[in-house]
Design a protein around this ligand. Structure first.
Ligand code: SF4
Length: 267
């Protein structure tokens, strides 16, 4: 008899069940160890969802601090009416210095300027020739389907439906969409960036061979919805402060007793 192929969600459930069977309590111990080191970060909205989307596109493959410079340059060049944005402070898990207060850019202007002009303005963010058309395409898609540039409606959709809506936009991948939904709405999604991927694979929460999309599915199967924000922020913080790409500080890490990087047979 022909075996039915599992969906990505089905595969994630099988992997999660196997991990719970072979390494019971690993998720709970990891969450507790991270919380002991970095506390319990609480979710609060920092940016409106469109600002979050553009900022996240600007941060692709570059340091967050450069994305901030590019975002600030957008606001200076095409300011919108005062009071039209909530962008003002840093958010947990973000690696930059935080964005100063002020209105969001005028998205209609950003969408309609010649792309070469936009490339010039966002150049401090790096990879401007790729990101400028991506930002304009995202703005155009939202305006054409919604009539304006607001993404607030996504907060009324189930998380995976909202994820599907955003990832249908050219240049918006699962990680970018998950960042927007997690941070703008507190949606139970797990953006898997390089820190989250590295740390979770070293511990053994995620198998080495699993790609980032499958890792995202696996986290949805491993964690409770209300654990997602804390897990994401603390895994990133751990990757930045302790579990460095080169020479992780395992001697001061509370996760070491259960980490497969330290001991390939760790329980
Ligand atoms: S023990 Fe070392 S490798 Fe494992 S999570 Fe901690 S810092 Fe990273």
């Amino acid at each position: 008899m022909k075996r039915r192929r599992l969906t990505p969600e089905g595969k994630a459930k099988v992997r999660a069940a196997r991990l719970r069977r072979l390494r019971p309590g690993l998720v709970e111990d990891t969450m507790a160890g991270l919380a002991a080191m970095y506390g319990h970060p609480t979710w609060q909205r920092v940016h409106d969802p469109m600002s979050e989307l553009v900022l996240t596109i600007l941060s692709q493959n570059t340091a967050d601090v450069n994305a901030e410079k590019a975002f600030d340059a957008l606001r200076r060049r095409w300011p919108s009416a005062p009071g039209s944005s909530t962008a003002r402070i840093n958010r947990p898990g973000w690696g930059g210095a935080g964005i100063g207060g002020g209105p969001a850019p005028d998205w209609a202007a950003v969408e309609s300027v010649p792309v070469a002009e936009l490339v010039d303005v966002i150049r401090p963010g790096g990879l401007a020739p790729q990101k400028a058309p991506r930002i304009q395409a995202a703005l155009r898609t939202v305006r054409e389907s919604r009539g304006d540039y607001s993404l607030e409606f996504l907060g009324d959709l189930p998380a995976l439906e909202a994820l599907g809506w955003l990832t249908a936009i050219d240049g918006v991948g699962r990680k970018t969409a998950s960042v927007v939904l997690l941070f703008a709405f507190g949606a139970p999604l797990m953006p898997v960036d390089r820190h989250v991927e590295r740390v979770s694979k070293r511990i053994g929460l995620v198998p080495e061979a699993v790609d980032v999309d499958a890792a995202h599915e696996l986290f949805l199967a491993l964690l409770e919805p209300d654990q997602m924000h804390e897990a994401h922020v603390n895994l990133i913080t751990h990757g930045r402060q302790t579990c460095h790409a080169q020479r992780p500080a395992c001697g001061s890490c509370l996760l070491a007793p259960r980490c497969r990087y330290v001991d390939s047979r760790a329980p």
